[in-house]
Design a binder for this molecule. Structure first.
Ligand code: SAH
Ligand code: SF4
Length: 368
């Protein structure tokens, strides 16, 4: 059955045309589904009864199943979203004084094997569908509104003001579904977020960065994590395919169309691995042609990771070198770690198709 949550506005319009209905119905239904969070056709009061019955018969508004919702001491919320037998992904809401950010997953697991990432360690099962990606926003919105005592909100009362595609998975490896879901996030008939408030984080899939610039230029964050190819090859293996020079050139090209005039470089701080004074200077060299900001992320540990978090004093030294060179640098605060909602801790449940998780366990067992 057709799931109407899988469509952006042009696709929904086309669907209505194909079933002999007026195209403007698409916008109405879009508003009901996404703006008002209604998933029951009977509640769509300005839709004629005949059409409501037809839609009930031929289509569905099917959301993924929430397996668990947890609330952290600091107000961070995490949803475990079921994505089929034995699989699940996680979505995290981070409230701050001036905004509310939703961290959205794009894949069950991830195939890219960054060595410090627990999602990467779990292996890969499958891409999320459009409805499973946008469904995370739908579910979070609904639950946050209910917690706030609202059922229907006006567009100005957004609890979720920002979305970051920084949950489980590499969003550009699920390109079509992620772009369609982001188009729904941006659509005024749906969530109406501005391009500046939707950020896609990628480990650096160069050709897809170029496509994104044309198809849906949202704010871009790039997981850099290493200031030279030798180290990046090791900890962010996609670097072997798209090395730093190519990645930096792609960032420069992206900025021509981007909604912000900088790229955010994320840099996980791994004790003794990528956090020395020399690394900081190399980093300044690497990014010299790309207007950027830095977001240093203290490594969030997980079992058997093999890494330690850089010392706070070392993070300060590293930060100061970048700041003295004139860059804006933020050090990411760890949020929600009491419910394992911090960056890189999102695990969900992944039935690994790549058998990587098993391989890792074997390697660890051998080492012990
Ligand atoms: N696949 C995308 C987006 C998801 S990861 C990407 O790699 O950019 C979101 C961010 O968290 C990335 O910068 C990622 O490198 C970082 N991260 C992964 N594991 C981490 C960990 N254990 N501690 C801190 N940050 C981590
Ligand atoms: Fe995948 Fe991103 Fe984790 Fe790398 S850091 S394994 S790209 S989710």
């Amino acid at each position: 059955m057709v799931n109407l949550l899988d469509f952006n506005l042009p696709q929904l319009t086309q669907y209505f045309e194909s079933i002999g209905e007026k195209p403007f119905r698409a916008k109405q239904i879009m508003r009901w589904m996404h703006h008002f969070g209604v998933n029951d056709f009977e509640q769509m009061t300005d839709i004629a009864k005949v059409l409501r019955e037809k839609l009930t018969r031929d289509t569905t508004i099917a959301l993924p199943h929430v397996e668990l919702e947890q609330i952290s001491n600091d107000g961070t919320r995490k949803w475990l979203i079921g994505t089929g037998v034995g699989n699940s992904v996680e979505t995290v809401f981070i409230p701050e004084d001036d905004r509310g950010t939703l961290c959205v997953s794009s894949q069950v697991g991830c195939a890219l094997e960054c060595t410090f990432c627990s999602t990467g360690r779990q292996g890969f099962n499958r891409n999320l569908s459009v409805s499973e990606i946008i469904g995370q926003l739908w579910i979070a919105n609904k639950s946050l509104r209910a917690a706030d005592g609202y059922e229907l909100l006006s567009a100005n009362d957004r609890i979720i003001s920002n979305v970051v595609m920084m949950g489980m998975g590499e969003p550009l490896a699920n390109y079509d579904n992620v772009v369609t879901a982001m188009q729904i996030m941006l659509d005024d008939a749906a969530y109406g977020l501005s391009r500046r408030r939707v950020t896609l984080s990628t480990s650096g899939m160069v050709p897809s960065i170029d496509r994104l610039k044309e198809d849906c230029p949202v704010a871009l964050a790039v997981s850099l994590h290493a200031p030279n190819d030798a180290l990046r090859d090791e900890i962010v293996p996609i670097n072997k395919k798209y090395p730093l020079k190519a990645l930096m050139a792609a960032c420069e090209r992206y900025l021509v169309k981007a909604p912000r005039d900088f790229v955010t470089f994320e840099y996980v701080m791994l004790d003794g691995v990528n956090d020395t004074v020399e690394h900081a200077h190399q980093l300044l060299d690497v990014v010299q042609n790309v207007p950027c900001k830095f977001n240093l992320i203290p490594f969030n540990p997980f079992p058997n990771s093999g890494y330690d978090t850089s010392k706070a004093s070392q993070i300060r030294v590293f930060r100061d070198i970048l700041m003295q060179a004139g860059y804006i640098v933020t050090v990411r605060k760890t949020r929600g770690d009491d419910i394992d909602a911090a960056c890189g801790q999102l695990a969900g449940k992944v039935l690994d198709k790549t058998k990587r998780a098993a391989r890792h366990i074997a390697i660890i067992a051998e080492a012990e």
